[in-house]
Design a protein around this ligand. Sequence first.
Ligand SMILES: NC(=O)C1=CN([C@@H]2O[C@H](COP(=O)(O)OP(=O)(O)OC[C@H]3O[C@@H](n4cnc5c(N)ncnc54)[C@H](OP(=O)(O)O)[C@@H]3O)[C@@H](O)[C@H]2O)C=CC1
Ligand SMILES: Nc1nc(O)c(N)c(N[C@@H]2O[C@H](COP(=O)(O)O)[C@@H](O)[C@H]2O)n1
Length: 290
Amino acid sequence: MSVLPPALLASVLGTLPADVRPGTAPLTHLVSPDSTRPYVTLTFAQSIDAKIAGAGGKQLILSGEESMKMTHWMRTMHDGILIGIGTAMNDNPQLNVRHLPFPVQNTHFQHYHHPRPLILDPHLRLSPTCKLVINAAKSAGVAPWVISARPPKIDGFFANEDDGERLQQWEARRDVLQAAGVTVILVEPETIHPDLPPVTLNLPLPAVLRTLREKGIRSIMVEGGARVIQSFLSTASGRLVDALIVTTAPVLVGRDGIGYGDGLGQVSGTRYLTTELLGRDTVVGLKFAQ
Ligand SMILES: NC(=O)C1=CN([C@@H]2O[C@H](COP(=O)(O)OP(=O)(O)OC[C@H]3O[C@@H](n4cnc5c(N)ncnc54)[C@H](OP(=O)(O)O)[C@@H]3O)[C@@H](O)[C@H]2O)C=CC1
Ligand SMILES: Nc1nc(O)c(N)c(N[C@@H]2O[C@H](COP(=O)(O)O)[C@@H](O)[C@H]2O)n1
């Protein structure tokens, strides 16, 4: 069994210094050209027809053994691993590096660097009993951070009688998550116009990334799902993404599967770097010119 990350990761992201054992520390040279945000690697697995999940969002294990291992090596290389709440609720993921070889000394969790799970969750829908929370409570996982926005309490002309209740419910869910060991990080919701009240639709990614950088996260790996991939690629034509690593599995899912391409505008500025065959899968690495 290989104890080294695949060559593609070295080409796209680089390697640890020679005296540091692979997988035991994040790559500190992954620094964004924009100092206000972390370095962002967007990565996911897709079918030949560019679907990342099955009908109704059914989770599909598209990656074969080798490319899944590559994903777990990649997880060790970043400070954080970001997903949307859709993925957290649908897949109940662990986001750890359990597919890497067992170390001789130490427990698996103590040996490797595990990225901090980061979940985009404006309405705080994350379950306090999900695997991310349970693993962290057992000291077998890094405690997740949830990124959210306080529902606006609006006075005056735009006030709505549901606003107060919505805020109360959000606060109650926040308290439950915090009691379970989750850190809730707030960003300012989007303002459509300065004279209008803020709305909590999608969290504004520049604000999300700025806040994470302020909290010490230097690099993140964004895994999805569909809406999150689309948001990162769409925001100012991918200018929030530094590297893109896509695994394509030799399967077709069909039209009922979940894709990320619908509504995606032109994405410019990509620079092809490398392709590696891992088992039956093709993995392609690109960088974005900033
Ligand atoms: N093959 C692969 O590599 C992967 C596949 N997947 C698959 O993807 C599917 C889930 O995708 P999807 O349902 O689109 O959910 P996502 O994981 O993309 O989460 C989307 C949700 O995140 C919240 N959100 C907050 N801010 C943003 C933002 N700026 N951009 C986008 N979303 C934001 C919203 O929550 P709210 O609705 O509360 O406002 C939104 O509905 C699953 O089926 C999963 O199996 C997931 C990851 C990788
Ligand atoms: N690399 C990759 N290949 C696939 O085939 C996948 N389905 C995914 N999905 C992502 O990984 C998460 C699951 O992580 P754990 O195995 O629970 O650690 C899933 O939620 C997606 O983000 N990735």
